[in-house]
Design a protein around this ligand. Structure first.
Ligand SMILES: NC(=O)c1ccc[n+]([C@@H]2O[C@H](COP(=O)([O-])OP(=O)(O)OC[C@H]3O[C@@H](n4cnc5c(N)ncnc54)[C@H](O)[C@@H]3O)[C@@H](O)[C@H]2O)c1
Length: 281
């Protein structure tokens, strides 16, 4: 769908990082913006910045773990702007930790509920009307390189992102078989400079209280923050997403250096080679 001007984009996780960048770039392309996020102060600031740029903005505070809140988002969008043309299921968090740790179960559930169930809800709630209205439109699901390669100690994140890749591939094939006008893309970046390493700023108290006291400057946390801070700029990701929507490209891989790892994993699968630590130590 090349013609974005005057159309409507819905973006979850729009208050920060990649989501905020998508709002900036789809806004610059002339789209109405529906910006949804759980972090109210950041959402208000991001929405105000987009309004200041002259874009039409609807800001919706919501938790993507809640199906009824996504249903309400769809209704509010329809009431304000009518049909949806671009849906970015982007809200996500990075949390979890080792599989062998029995104490982090609720953090695993929280991560999978947001990163996978949030995307499932977004697709199931918005897709029927996007098919029905028949105008060119597109869904972009934010996965990660973690949806194509499994780094150790990132169990729930990897699980959620593999799930998002699988859902997106499934939908792409279904949309082709059903001959709809809905395109699908899956976004799989490696490190991008955003707030993702500080995801627990949004962790609800009922999840936080189940976890052991976190060492503020743990080695693992410091390493993750450094990797994210040294990641690519969100503008590169935003440009790749807008280009994929305009040209109906499914795979959005923003880091060429990660591609050999995807090939190596596929080779291991077909040749029956056990997983190893190449690329991770
Ligand atoms: N930054 C990276 O290195 C990287 C790499 C690959 C994939 N991703 C993915 O990109 C997406 C965006 O993350 P980001 O890197 O911009 O991080 P970010 O923390 O800057 O932005 C994530 C946004 O999601 C919102 N959010 C969190 N939980 C929510 C919930 N329950 N309901 C609604 N909104 C919620 C946050 O408030 C925040 O505004 C995520 O899905 C993440 O997994 C990020």
């Amino acid at each position: 769908m090349d013609d974005l001007s005057g159309k409507t984009a819905v973006i979850t996780g729009a208050a920060s990082g990649i989501g905020f960048e998508l709002a900036k770039q789809f806004g610059a392309a002339g789209m109405n913006l529906v910006m949804a996020d759980v972090e109210k102060p950041a959402l208000d600031a991001a929405a105000a910045a987009m309004t200041e740029r002259g874009h039409e903005v609807l800001a919706v505070e919501l938790d993507v773990r809640e199906h009824d809140q996504i249903v309400a988002l769809e209704a509010a969008t329809r009431e304000r702007f009518g049909n949806v043309h671009v849906l970015c299921n982007n809200a996500g968090v990075g949390a979890g930790g080792p599989t062998a740790d029995p104490t982090n179960l609720e953090a695993w559930r929280w991560t999978i509920d947001i990163n996978l169930w949030g995307v499932i809800y977004g697709c199931k709630v918005f897709l029927p009307a996007m098919i029905e209205h028949g105008e060119p439109c597109h869904i972009v699901n934010t996965a990660s390189m973690a949806g194509l390669a499994s780094a150790p100690f990132m169990g729930p994140y990897n699980i959620s992102k593999y799930g998002v890749v699988a859902l997106s591939e499934t939908m792409s094939k279904e949309m082709q078989m059903m001959q709809t006008s809905v395109g699908v893309s899956v976004l799989c970046p490696a490190f991008v400079a955003t707030g993702i390493a500080k995801s627990d700023r949004n962790m609800p108290e009922d999840v936080r209280t189940t976890l052991p006291e976190r060492e503020e400057n743990s080695e693992m946390q410091a390493m993750m923050e450094a990797l994210v801070d040294n990641g690519i700029d969100t503008s590169v990701v935003g440009e790749a997403v807008v280009d994929a929507v305009r040209n109906n490209r499914f795979w959005i891989l923003t880091h060429d250096e990660t591609k050999p790892g995807v090939t190596a994993r596929a080779q291991q699968i077909v040749h029956g080679v056990n997983p190893d630590l190449t690329g991770f130590v």
